[in-house]
Design a binder for this molecule. Structure first.
Ligand code: ATP
Ligand code: LTN
Length: 328
C-alpha cells in the first residue's frame, strides 16, 4: 500500500477552506493508502502563539480530524512536537537547503514584499522542516491545497539532492492537489484565500462557527452584478467560489448546479449554499462535541505517536549513519 502524509498547523480555528482543500481528502484517501496525518505545531510557532490558545487549537484540531471522519484505526494521527526526529532531520535538511531556494518560497516572499516586520528565522526555514516531516515517513503522496504545492516540490529537490550526495535514503514524494476546491476564497474578498488567520471573520467560515452565523456569512458573501450563476473565476470570483463550496460539500458537479440555476438569481442560489453549509456544520459539530467529551483525543495521539516515532527513529538513524554522525 502506498503511503500518504499531510499536516495542518494549529494556528486558529479550522476553516471550510481547510476542510475542502485538505481534510476532506485525507478522509477520502484513508481507505486506499497508509495514511499519516499530524498536527504541525512546530510550524505554528513560526509566528508567535499564545500558550493557552495553542493548546486549545491543538486539541480542537485533533477532535476535528476525527469529527471530519478520519478513523484512527486506518490513519495514524500524531503530534509533531512529540516526535523529536522532526527537529533533528529538519536541521540536517536546513543545512542542505540553499538560501536562494528558500527565498523563492511565496509565503516568505509575500511577507517580505509587504514589508512585514518581525519575520522569524523559523518562517524562513520552515519549508525545510516540512520536507523533514514528509521524508521521515517515506511518503509517496502529500495531499495539500494548491498553496503548499511549492513546498512539496522543494521537498523533492532536497530528497534528490540528499540521495545523490549520500546514496538512496528518501522516497521522492508527489504533491496531490484536489481538482475541485484546491483553493477556497474569502467570502468578502474572493480573490484572496480563505485563511484561518484572516482578520475579517466575515470572510471565513470556521468549522466551529454557529451554523446560523455561517449561513449569514454565505448570504452576505460578495458577488457581482452580472446576475448569472456560472463558473467564471475571472469575472465572477465570488459566485465561482460559492459554486466550488456547494459542489465540494454535496458532490454535485459544478456544471449540473449551473444548469439547475439557469434563469434564476443569486438569492435562491445563496440560500441553497447557506443551507448546505448549515447542515454540514450542524452534523460536524455534533460529532465534535461527542469526541471532546469522550476523552478519546489523548488516546488517539498516544497510539499515533508511538507508531510515528518508530518509523521516524529508524529513518533518522539511517540518515545519521549516511552523513557521518554515527561513529561506532
Ligand atoms: P494560516 O492562515 O495560519 O496560514 P491556513 O488556513 O492556510 O493557515 P494551513 O494549516 O496552512 O492553514 O493549511 C492546512 C491545509 O489546508 C493545507 O493543505 C492547505 O493547503 C489547506 N488550505 C488552507 N486554506 C485553504 C483554502 N482556502 N482552500 C483550500 N485549501 C486550503
Ligand atoms: N506547511 C503546511 C503544513 C505542513 C504540512 C507538512 C503539510 C507542515 N508539514 C507536511 C503537508 C506535509 C502549511 O502551512 N499548511
Amino acid at each position: 500500500m502506498k503511503r500518504m502524509l499531510s499536516g495542518i498547523k494549529p494556528t486558529g480555528r479550522l476553516t471550510l477552506g481547510n476542510y475542502i482543500g485538505a481534510i476532506r481528502n485525507f478522509v477520502a484517501y484513508q481507505d486506499d493508502y497508509e495514511m499519516f496525518v499530524f498536527i504541525a505545531n512546530m510550524h505554528a510557532i513560526t509566528v508567535p502563539q499564545d500558550k493557552a490558545e495553542l493548546k486549545k487549537n491543538t486539541k480542537d484540531l485533533i477532535a476535528l480530524y476525527l469529527a471530519c471522519g478520519l478513523n484512527p484505526e486506518k490513519a495514524t494521527i500524531f503530534l509533531q512536537s512529540d516526535i523529536s526526529e522532526h527537529a533533528e532531520l529538519g536541521w540536517i535538511l536546513i543545512c542542505n537547503s540553499y538560501i536562494g531556494e528558500l527565498q523563492r518560497m511565496t509565503q516568505y516572499k509575500d511577507k517580505t514584499a509587504k514589508g512585514e516586520t518581525g519575520i522569524t528565522a523559523g518562517l524562513f526555514t520552515y519549508p525545510s522542516l516540512m520536507a523533514a516531516d514528509i521524508l521521515l515517513y517515506d511518503a509517496d503522496f502529500v495531499p495539500v491545497g494548491v498553496d503548499q504545492k511549492q513546498h512539496v516540490e522543494l521537498t523533492r529537490d532536497l530528497a534528490e539532492r540528499f540521495n545523490n550526495r549520500f546514496g538512496d535514503t528518501f522516497v521522492i514524494p508527489e504533491p496531490l492537489v484536489t481538482k475541485v476546491g484546491a483553493k477556497i476564497y474569502s467570502l468578502q474578498d474572493p480573490t484572496k484565500k480563505m485563511s484561518k488567520s484572516d482578520e475579517n471573520p466575515k470572510g471565513t467560515i470556521d468549522l466551529l462557527d454557529e451554523p446560523n452565523v455561517a449561513r449569514k456569512k454565505i448570504m452576505s458573501a460578495v458577488t457581482d452584478s452580472i446576475g448569472i450563476v456560472q463558473y467564471d473565476i475571472e469575472n465572477q470570483p465570488g459566485i465561482s467560489n460559492l459554486l466550488t463550496i456547494l459542489s465540494s460539500l454535496t458532490g454535485e458537479p459544478i456544471n449540473d448546479i449551473v444548469h439547475r440555476y439557469t434563469g434564476k438569481g443569486y438569492g435562491d442560489f445563496k440560500k441553497e449554499v447557506g443551507q448546505v453549509v448549515f447542515d454540514f456544520l450542524t452534523n460536524l459539530q455534533l460529532r465534535y462535541k461527542e469526541i471532546i467529551s469522550s476523552g478519546v483525543v489523548e488516546k488517539v495521539i498516544q497510539d499515533g505517536n508511538e507508531k510515528a516515532r518508530h518509523i521516524a527513529h529508524k529513518k533518522v538513524m539511517k540518515v545519521k549513519k549516511k552523513i557521518g554522525f554515527q561513529i561506532f
